[in-house]
Design a binder for this molecule. Structure first.
Ligand code: HEM
Length: 213
């Protein structure tokens, strides 16, 4: 009974909240508008935007010397999560069956486990850094912690479901993923979509001023 609810209506509800929420948040940002810049452009906004989107993947020298831990942990977490979410067999099967109807080749099981370990190590290190470093602690609010705990919970329940032998464990994993989907659009987790917009906005503004930033 509860299983049917998690598999059926709750899944539909959480996916709908996620999709509408994400589109609504992005539309709100795009419609916020921008004050006209009347100064004569000294460079190309488009080139600045493009440069900023990609150049930010590589850290500034000060970051590589003073912020190595969050940098490495950040890459471990995001790359690990991306790989396991989109290239692990159970996730590909679920996406094909319930969302897109499309499937693609999966990574081997051992790579799935390695990706999960990278993601766990990255997330735990990032969270420890958040609460132990005086500056990040000061900048953090409840939303940061809820987001981290929810993602951790989905990953933990995913590990419990690895044997694929006990139906309630699959349901608990699905339920935690659904809670994450519902929370996502209202949180800073939205950066998964907005990071391109924010980088390109800064890059375009600077590019127009002729600043290589
Ligand atoms: C360490 C990370 C993770 C591991 C080890 C993992 C593992 C698994 C496994 C083994 C299954 C198949 C369960 C079964 O068929 O019995 C599964 C399904 C699933 N996972 Fe994950 N997962 C992880 C992270 C995530 C994340 C981050 C999300 C979503 C944001 C997610 C969403 C799902 C969904 C929606 C299913 C389908 C459940 C179903 O078939 O009803 N997983 N996962």
């Amino acid at each position: 009974m509860i299983g049917q609810f998690i598999d059926g209506p709750l899944w539909t509800f959480s996916l709908t909240v996620f999709l509408i929420g994400v589109v609504w948040r992005i539309a709100a940002i795009l419609m916020a508008g921008k004050r006209p810049d009347l100064a004569t452009p000294k460079g190309s906004a488009g080139a600045g935007a493009l440069r900023a989107v990609f150049s930010r993947f590589l850290p500034e020298r000060t970051v590589t010397t003073q912020g190595r831990l969050p940098l490495i942990a950040g890459y471990l977490f995001h790359l690990g999560l991306f790989a396991l979410l989109f290239f692990a067999q159970p996730h590909i099967d679920f996406i094909a069956e319930k969302i897109t109807g499309l499937s693609w080749p999966a990574m081997p099981h051992w790579a799935f486990i390695v990706a999960a370990e990278f993601a766990f190590a990255g997330l735990i290190l990032l969270w420890l850094h958040r609460i132990l470093h005086p500056v990040t602690r000061l900048l953090s609010d409840l939303d940061d912690h809820i987001g981290a705990v929810l993602v951790f919970l989905v990953m933990l329940t995913g590990c419990l479901a690895l044997a694929q032998a006990f139906e309630p464990l699959r349901l608990i994993h699905l339920l935690s993923a659904e809670l994450l989907l519902i929370y996502f659009p209202f949180s800073k987790l939205m950066h998964a979509f907005t990071f391109v917009m924010s980088r390109s906005y800064t890059g375009a503004t600077m590019g127009r001023k002729g600043v290589n930033a």
